[in-house]
Design a protein around this ligand. Structure first.
Ligand SMILES: C[C@H](N)CC(=O)SCCNC(=O)CCNC(=O)[C@H](O)C(C)(C)COP(=O)(O)OP(=O)(O)OC[C@H]1O[C@@H](n2cnc3c(N)ncnc32)[C@H](O)[C@@H]1OP(=O)(O)O
Length: 124
């Protein structure tokens, strides 16, 4: 699990909106950690088969990104990912106001496949 605060530098669009690619970037880091735990190697992402952006993310929000390996092939590892907003910035109240969300908001879901070549797999 990766927990990260979206900074003003991450805002890319009007109204301090963070670009969706940022969630995909987090999923790449989650995938890398899962592969290190599973195979002792960072592996390579070969394809996403689905990415859904379900709620907007703004500068000042805190995001938790999680993932799970759901299928193991010869060299492929299929994974599912979820990003949740756990703290929301409240610029409507003040520039520094923020709320801890009682119910985290799912902002992005994705699934994809990574590859760890046979010769790079260190945990047989
Ligand atoms: C997670 C990382 N640490 C961080 C990254 O995101 S890395 C940056 C982005 N990725 C890359 O730069 C990778 C570029 N791609 C490659 O170098 C190669 O494509 C590859 C090494 C990833 C795969 O090449 P190759 O070994 O020749 O592939 P194959 O032999 O055809 O397939 C290997 C297994 O992968 C399965 N597979 C292939 N394509 C897909 C696909 N589009 N969707 C799902 N699965 C795919 C294929 O079925 C093989 O599976 P098994 O070995 O049978 O389990």
């Amino acid at each position: 699990m990766i927990r990260l605060r979206m900074s003003a530098k991450d805002a890319h669009y009007g109204g301090n909106l963070v670009d969706g690619a940022h969630m995909v970037h987090l999923f790449g880091d989650v995938a890398t950690e899962l592969l290190i735990m599973h195979d002792g190697d960072e592996g390579l992402f070969v394809a996403y088969d689905n990415v859904e952006f379900l709620a907007p993310v703004y500068a000042g929000d805190y995001i938790e990104a999680t993932g799970e390996i759901v299928k193991v092939g010869n060299s492929s590892r299929k994974m599912v990912f979820e990003a949740k907003k756990v703290i929301a910035s409240r610029p409507d109240i003040s520039a520094s106001a923020a709320d801890v969300l009682e119910e985290p908001i799912v902002v992005c879901r994705a699934s994809g496949t990574c590859v760890v070549k046979k010769e790079d797999q260190r945990k047989k």
